[in-house]
Design a protein around this ligand. Structure first.
Ligand SMILES: Nc1ncnc2c1ncn2[C@@H]1O[C@H](COP(=O)(O)OP(=O)(O)OP(=O)(O)O)[C@@H](O)[C@H]1O
Ligand SMILES: [Mg+2]
Length: 276
């Protein structure tokens, strides 16, 4: 496990891409005077599942949104599948097409059936024929266990079904990697399991995934690596059993104590070598 001392002053901009699925160097993002990302160094390898955890407001969503260019970084570089997406000349639409994004809110079109929700972007953006788009959509609905909901409208789905439809919609675009931003946070507890099951399946198939989540048991079981963010930096990262089971940094310990045991705070460890 690495405890990563990150300060904006020590960050070095690397000008070459690597084999990583996602490579983030020296990423800063400010909204006006508010600096939200303060020099993020981060990568995801092809086929890797990385779970990002951290307190509310620590910049997790902003990091995801910078990776698929929903936000423009203030400073720093990001490569996706070797392509510099922070290059001003980049084809933003092509980058976004290669990245599946699943949000807390499902953003399905309410006036379209599930099948139409899955085919509209395939036809308009990827220029697939109706029959080809339908075939891809059906296969992906099958994959998420919703083959019987093809003709339903979003209002007729449970939250868990709607989220699985949203995942199937993303998959139908054939993404190289998938970003998930708290995909189960809006769901009733009994609906969370089905969505996590679909994500588990994707991970097992080798999909590259970056998942912002509060589901610690999912992170522990599925993630290859867990990244803990706090106040715009990555504080600690490593194998899930290390970060979640034996966190090195007091901020990680404090966060996990609050998440796993709400209402209690972790006692400080006087012998902690990472306390400056
Ligand atoms: N478009 C924006 N304009 C101004 N401030 C923003 C914007 N987007 C995010 N912020 C601020 O940036 C900070 C980080 O927000 P972000 O959504 O990335 O946090 P988060 O870690 O995803 O939190 P949560 O766990 O609550 O989703 C917050 O203080 C937020 O208010
Ligand atoms: Mg967020």
């Amino acid at each position: 496990m690495k405890v990563i001392p990150q300060t904006s002053s020590q960050v070095e901009v690397v000008s070459t891409a690597s084999d990583a699925a996602i490579e983030v160097r020296s990423l800063h993002k400010s909204f006006g005077a508010l600096e939200v990302l303060k020099g993020i160094e981060f990568h995801v390898d092809p086929g890797e599942v990385v779970c990002v955890i951290g307190p509310s407001g620590s910049g997790k969503s902003t990091l995801l949104r910078c990776i698929n260019l929903l936000e423009t970084p203030t400073r720093g570089k990001i490569w996706v599948s070797g392509q510099d997406v922070t290059d001003p000349d980049v084809d933003i639409d092509a980058v976004r097409r290669s990245i599946g994004m699943v949000f807390q809110q499902f953003n399905l079109f309410p006036h379209l059936s599930v099948l139409e929700n899955l085919t509209i972007a395939q036809r308009r953006v990827l220029r697939r024929s109706r029959s080809e788009a339908d075939a891809v959509a059906r296969a992906n609905l099958e994959r998420v266990g919703l083959a019987d909901k093809m003709t339903a409208y979003p209002a007729q789905l449970s939250g868990g079904q709607a989220q699985r439809a949203a995942i199937a919609r993303s998959l139908s675009m054939g993404p190289d990697l998938m970003l998930f931003d708290e995909p189960t946070s809006a769901l009733d507890p009994e609906l969370v399991g089905d969505v996590l099951e679909v994500m588990r399946g994707l991970a097992a198939e080798g999909m590259t995934m970056m998942v912002v989540t509060h589901e610690m048991s999912f992170a522990r079981e599925v993630a290859d690596r867990v990244v803990f963010m706090d106040d715009g930096i990555i504080v600690e990262e490593g194998r899930p059993e290390a970060v979640l089971g034996a966190p090195q940094h007091p901020r990680t310990r404090d966060f996990l104590a609050r998440v796993l045991n709400p209402g209690h705070r972790a006692p400080p460890l006087a012998s902690d070598p990472t306390i400056a």
